[in-house]
Design a protein around this ligand. Structure first.
Ligand code: C2O
Length: 566
């Protein structure tokens, strides 16, 4: 009798443990090396991971530990950033160059190790040094921990859709040349879907992404904007999509015929193959928010082919016009967070730190006797609260924080702009007394667990523009967005404290503002910057230093032993 009971108990234990698949350590090796690819009629050598472009898709379950051993076989200094990962107590693995680490030199390795907790959905990884992310990027997908599932009917298939940008030239050289003379970025030659430009570009007929579908099935599209300098509209002819997550945070289902995605952002959307058997183009084209900034006005497309389709003339979706801000704004502002869904975090109702931060372009004086190619013969620059961020060169900011090293950064990043002016009045756009922003490496210090509210306000200096502002290490709630100058009395009433979106990248409306909140519950140094790539070297960035908490498990552990030397 007794041993009968024991076997029942054993069976129970077995049942319980097998239904809760335990957290795993997922290991990957990244070899960053040269890869020869042909695009747009031209053979080119690019930097790529494991001989793949885009790089490998990493897939984990929520709760897993990810370990990626990076071997830098490229000729450039390298870091990899895990865009959107919270990096709770693992800030050393975040990856932005000179913020949390010095770069991995050519020939050397570094192992990024971190736990993926309390988030699921679509994120991505990319190089975070110079402009290497143009080709060094890939998807990072966090599946629900089994036996849990999605908060929506389980899709039949999951498909990463990585939108990118392609130059028919050595992009690193192009960027260095542009930065040397202070000019604007070179337009890319193509947009891409999963590395392929599609048939609207020269010699690209065979470089068209194809998604085979079966009528009646559902596909979870994991859309990532890995483009450098452009926001994108994404459509599929005759099909609507149901958005279910943004930036790996679940949303209420949102039915739409167009997805809008800014660099750094991701959109999870369900595609139901519910149309007549046939083939349909999927396409991405630019959302150009600034009225007069040049942009590549081209379209990348792939094709959705139903099983059994015979026609070879796919339907093309009509794309929004590039300056169609109302369509972008509608998408960006009408999606709400899934209250009570997996990993939903309530909005902080009290605030400890209130910040009002201007974001926009500036000028930097041209060096004496030099010729510069920015506006008015000066150099392009950019700033947050008139501080134009400059990376340190001798030690990373996180090392300076951890080892108490002076002289790497200052903690005087201001809570408001030094001068108050009519921020979005275009009459100010060439006001010389406002245009120049000093270069600084300044941070805002935050006490552990402080609740931060930030109003991000676009300025009209040089031009108004929608800037996708990305915060490392945290998701924030997006409480409200609008055009013109933020009005603390009028606009405070618009704050959504109930079911706002949670995001890691907010596309602040062109000539407008956004209000975000987050809780600084992770000690370390956390970068915040515009994800339009060229705005980063121009200085549209700042950093938070979040102090250690009171307990051993709220303190940043020491750096891993293989952290690259400076
Ligand atoms: Cu995806 Cu700091 O970047």
């Amino acid at each position: 009798m007794a041993h009968h009971w024991i076997s029942i108990a054993c069976a129970l234990v077995f049942l319980i443990s097998s239904s809760m698949a335990s957290a795993a350590v997922v290991e990957h090796s990244f070899h960053v090396e040269n890869l020869t690819v042909t695009r747009l009629c031209k053979k080119q050598v690019i930097n790529a991971v494991n001989g793949k472009f885009p790089g490998p898709t990493i897939e984990v379950q929520e709760g897993d530990t990810l370990l990626v051993r990076v071997l830098n076989k490229s000729p450039h200094n390298l870091t990899i950033h895990w865009h959107g990962i919270f990096q709770l107590l693992s800030g050393w693995a975040d990856g932005p160059n000179m913020i949390t680490q010095c770069p991995i030199p050519p020939g050397k390795t570094f192992t990024y190790k971190f736990k993926v907790i309390k988030q699921e959905g679509t994120l991505w990884w990319h190089a975070h040094v110079s402009v290497l992310r143009a080709t060094v990027y890939g998807a990072l997908i966090i599946q629900p921990r089994s036996p849990k599932s999605f908060p929506f009917p389980k899709p039949d298939h999951q498909v990463p859709i990585l939108l990118g940008e392609w130059w028919n030239a050595d992009i690193i050289q192009l960027e260095n040349e542009a930065l040397a003379v202070g000019g604007g970025p070179n337009n890319s030659d193509a947009y891409t879907i999963n590395g392929l430009p599609g048939d609207l570009y020269p010699c690209s007929q065979n470089h068209t992404f194809k998604l085979n579908v079966v009528k009646g099935k559902t596909y979870l599209l994991r859309i990532i904007n890995a483009a450098l300098n452009n926001q994108l509209f994404f459509k599929i002819a005759n099909h609507k999509m149901t958005v279910v997550a943004l930036d790996a945070a679940y949303t209420n289902p949102f039915l739409t015929d167009v997805v809008v995605v800014a660099p750094g952002q991701t959109v999870d959307a369900l595609l139901h193959a519910d149309q007549p058997i046939g083939s349909y183009f999927m396409a991405a084209s630019p959302y150009a928010s600034a009225p007069s900034v040049p942009f590549p006005n081209t379209t990348t497309r792939g094709v959705v082919v139903y099983d059994g389709a015979t026609t070879l003339a796919p339907l093309m979706p009509p794309m929004p016009a590039p300056h169609d801000t109302p369509t972008a704004h509608h998408f960006y502002t009408n999606i709400t967070g899934l209250v009570g869904g997996p990993h939903w975090v309530p909005v902080p109702t009290e605030v400890d730190e209130r910040m009002f931060v201007t974001i926009g372009l500036n000028l930097e004086p041209c060096q004496e006797n030099a010729t510069c190619q920015g506006p008015n013969g000066q150099r392009f620059s950019a700033s947050m609260n008139n501080h134009s961020f400059q990376s340190p060169t001798t030690l990373s900011m996180l090392q300076a924080f951890f080892f108490n090293v002076d002289g790497i950064f200052t903690d005087d990043f201001p809570d408001k702009p030094p001068v108050k002016f009519d921020f979005t009045n275009t009459n100010n756009s060439n006001n010389m007394s406002l245009l120049f922003a000093p270069k600084t490496t300044s941070v805002k210090k935050l006490k552990f667990n402080s609740r931060v509210e930030m109003v991000l306000q676009n300025t009209a200096l040089l031009t108004i523009e929608n800037h996708p502002m990305h915060l490392h290490g945290f998701n924030f709630h997006v409480l409200a967005q609008g055009f013109g100058n933020y009005d603390p009395v009028r606009d405070r009433k618009k704050l959504n404290l109930v079911n706002p979106q949670a995001r890691n990248t907010i596309a602040v409306p062109v000539g407008g503002w956004a209000v975000i909140r987050f809780i600084a519950n992770n000690p370390g140094v956390w970068f915040m910057h515009c994800h339009l790539d060229v705005h980063l070297p121009w200085g549209l960035a700042a950093a938070f230093v979040v102090e250690n908490g009171p307990t051993p498990w709220t303190r940043l552990p020491p750096p891993p032993r293989d952290l690259p030397k400076c």
